[in-house]
Design a protein around this ligand. Structure first.
Ligand code: HSE
Length: 315
């Protein structure tokens, strides 16, 4: 029998990996994946304190203000009158710095869990707002393209951050193949190298692709999705940091993938496919490419996660 007293409850939050940008939508598009996922075990404290532990080997900070989950919870507690706090144990399977929304999984997962423990008093926009404090700690900038899909699931469009305006998009079923070459690309560095100005002709191409991608998702038009997965602004600069990028991207298309590119700020690369058989061919190509380059890697074949972060009561 589950205990209904929120102070006695121990919950587990499953926090999905996310792919930010979706190639052409820098800082405005993102999707949640079914693998990998972090977990956070959490309970409510009857005093204003945040206690963070990690049960993984990444040696991340536990001081709340320096921890992405802690920073998000500090923002959330500012809007809670009762003298409560949280104790959480984070287990990461999404490697920090992978480009798969590792920091978002912790900050979004923490606020989803906190909201459950507080009787679900906040809406999704509130949760995204709190969790963005974690992204600020991780990257120096508030952006929601990992946070929003991690909380809401599926594909999300961040039309605006200030004020927050998030649109959830429907999308057809798709397989996503991911390769995470084990090299480090810090998001802050991958943002620093971007040019601050954009040529109008490139902006026009990018607007066409973003609109095409959104329309492709809504109309379940795989060909339109594939044609729109093109980035003429960010990818040409960032892909230089990722050995094997061009081979994986071109080879995947040759195998029938719809398309793909850098996941978030990299170094992971994701490719979308309509069929599982194509997703498997893409994975084989990714493995071959990084084996030949002599770079360690991890691959995943997964699908779109429709639910976002979920809460289970474990005690
Ligand atoms: N939109 C962000 C970027 C995602 O590409 O820098 C990084 O987490």
């Amino acid at each position: 029998m589950k205990n209904s007293n929120l102070y006695d409850q121990v919950i587990r939050v499953n926090c999905p990996a996310t792919v930010a940008n979706l190639v052409c939508g820098f800082d405005i598009l993102g999707m949640a994946l079914n693998a990998p996922q972090d977990t956070i075990e959490m309970r409510l404290l009857d005093r204003r304190e945040i206690i963070i532990r990690h049960s993984d080997h990444y040696d991340l900070p536990t001081e709340p203000a320096r921890n992405v989950a802690g920073a998000a919870l500090i923002d959330l507690l500012e809007e809670v009158e009762e003298p409560v706090g949280f104790e959480l144990t984070i287990r990461k399977h999404i490697k920090p710095g992978s480009g798969l929304g590792s920091s978002a999984a912790s900050s979004a997962g923490a606020v989803v869990g906190a909201n459950h423990l507080l009787g679900n008093r906040f809406n999704n926009n509130d949760l995204v707002r709190f969790a963005m404090a974690g992204e600020k700690v991780a990257t120096g900038v508030k952006h929601a393209d990992n946070i929003a899909p991690c909380i809401m699931g599926g594909v999300t469009l961040i039309r605006s951050i200030f004020p927050l305006d998030i649109v959830q998009l429907t999308a057809p079923p798709m397989y996503v193949t991911v390769v995470h070459p084990q090299i480090e690309v810090k998001t802050a560095d991958a943002r620093q190298i971007l040019r601050k100005e954009v040529l109008l002709k490139n902006a026009i191409k990018q607007w066409g692709n973003i609109a095409g991608l959104v329309a492709g998702f809504l109309q379940k038009d795989y060909d339109l999705i594939g044609r729109s997965l093109e980035d003429v602004i960010i990818e040409p600069v960032r892909s230089i940091l990722i050995p094997g990028f061009d081979e994986v991207k071109q080879g995947s298309r040759n195998h029938g993938a719809l398309g793909g590119g850098i996941s978030g700020s990299g170094p992971s690369i994701f490719m979308m496919s309509k069929d599982e058989a194509v997703a498997q061919k893409v994975e084989a190509l990714m493995k071959e490419t990084y084996t030949q380059l002599g770079i360690d890697f991890k691959t995943y074949i997964t699908t779109l996660n429709e639910k976002g972060a979920t809460v289970e009561v474990v005690a």
